[in-house]
Design a protein. Structure first.
Length: 146
């Protein structure tokens, strides 16, 4: 299986897994000058790359980097980014500053991680009833506190 990556700009960084056990590959900000995110601000940051996934049985998922989220309150504006197998445009990262302090993204900074994962493509069937379970429709949003 191969993930094809095309640089769209000379200064783009090709992502790679930092260790053999890494699930994700770091994506870098492909910007010419620093970009400051004010508290509550959202910005789309380009990575300078486009990808071609092996086939439609997988997708690329973009996740926040733990350090940015926990230390600085910078996360993805849409929670998790999804890159479909047929998308060939630039991979961009929507960053959101949920802290009360400005954060400056530097050129080449690692801004997100990309994980390639399988996607199930089920046949859709509309039905009048669903199978019963012990939980049923109870506990929406919680299965309990303990």
């Amino acid at each position: 299986m191969k993930l094809k990556i095309k640089k769209l700009r000379d200064n783009a960084k090709i992502p790679f897994r930092a260790t053999e056990g890494s699930a994700g590959m770091d994506l870098h900000a492909c910007i010419d000058e620093p970009v400051t995110l004010a508290p509550g601000q959202l910005r789309v940051i380009p990575t300078g790359i486009a990808i071609e996934l092996p086939d439609n049985s997988c997708a690329a998922f973009l996740y926040a980097r733990s350090g940015l989220g926990v230390k600085h309150g910078v996360c993805l504006g849409n929670g998790v980014g999804v890159i479909d197998s047929d998308y060939r445009g630039e991979v961009c990262v929507g960053l959101c500053n949920v802290s009360d302090k400005p954060y400056t993204v530097a050129p080449d900074e690692r801004i997100a991680q990309m994980v390639i994962a399988p996607v199930l493509i089920p046949e859709i069937e509309e039905v009048c009833a669903l199978g019963d379970t012990e939980r049923g429709a109870g506990g929406f949003g919680s299965t309990g506190n303990k």
